[in-house]
Design a protein around this ligand. Structure first.
Ligand SMILES: Cc1cc2nc3c(=O)[nH]c(=O)nc-3n(C[C@H](O)[C@H](O)[C@H](O)COP(=O)(O)OP(=O)(O)OC[C@H]3O[C@@H](n4cnc5c(N)ncnc54)[C@H](O)[C@@H]3O)c2cc1C
Length: 228
């Protein structure tokens, strides 16, 4: 949206998008459309750039180059917008329910489908603190909650968990004023659109309306009441 705003104002601002990941986005279909968006705005995409330090006096961001071990790169900025690395709260990280190591270290150790701890059968987890290999979103929580509740009740009744979460998540990617890509996908990293006949793999005005008006209404009136 910033890039779109600069364009509308006729400001020649250079925008750089740097990510520690190897791709602009993990799902190929959405990666392609987002690369097109970056090309349109002239955004320079830097992959495998892990932010390790910021010097606010010199206005310099320092990155470790993940494909060149030991090498770093400094980039000057006027404005820096950072998405910090994700981690669970300290009391979770340091508790015995957390993954002790591996990719999900510190997040709650649960079966990625049943959401039940493999160690403590009366422990379940969902949301941002859960060690699930999918994007952490409210949309994912919405799909995890009914699975968790069902499986918890099963266990409380002495039965086995019998519902599975498929990794569904949804990232509303606003690409312009009035345009949005709704990236919905699951553990297999394939698009899983809620409405099958709407092609969400492209920038859409109706998806922007959904984000601006539909989702806030759904959140406050349906999700928080457990109705959706
Ligand atoms: C900038 C931004 C934009 C986002 N946009 C979207 C979006 O468009 N769509 C979408 O689906 N998702 C979006 N998300 C993700 C979404 O907000 C999270 O995935 C979701 O809020 C996770 O819910 P949660 O309940 O697991 O964790 P949280 O919402 O973080 O709730 C955890 C709660 O625990 C509390 N807490 C922490 N420590 C303690 C303690 N020791 N004792 C008691 N309480 C404690 C915290 O204060 C917090 O209220 C966005 C996130 C961010 C940061």
């Amino acid at each position: 949206m910033a890039a779109d705003y600069f364009r509308m104002m006729g400001r020649p601002v250079k925008v750089i998008y740097a990510t520690a990941g190897g791709l602009l986005f993990g799902v190929p279909e959405f990666c392609t459309v987002l690369q097109g968006v970056c090309d349109r705005y002239g955004i320079e995409v830097l992959t495998k750039h892990e932010l390790i330090a910021v010097d606010p006096v010199r206005k310099v961001a320092k990155f470790a180059l993940k494909d060149k071990p030991g090498e770093t790169r400094e980039i000057e900025f006027d404005m820096l917008h950072i998405g910090p690395p994700q981690r669970a709260p300290e009391f979770v990280r340091e508790s015995p329910i957390a993954h002790p190591d591996g990719q999900m270290v510190g997040f709650v150790n649960v079966d990625i489908y049943t959401l039940q701890s493999p160690v403590y059968c009366n422990v379940f987890s969902l949301g941002d603190a859960a060690g699930l290999p999918t994007s952490r979103t409210g949309a994912a929580v919405r799909k995890q909650a009914p699975v968790l509740v069902n499986n918890l009740i099963q266990v409380m009744n002495g039965k086995e968990p019998n519902k599975r979460y498929n990794g569904y998540t949804s990232c509303p990617l606003v690409t312009a004023y009035g345009r949005m890509v709704l990236a919905e996908f699951d553990y297999s990293n394939t698009p899983t659109p809620t409405v099958p006949f709407i092609d969400t793999c492209k920038e859409r005005f109706d998806m922007w309306l959904l984000k601006k008006y539909g989702l806030p209404w759904m959140y406050w009136n349906l999700m928080l009441r457990g109705l959706a």
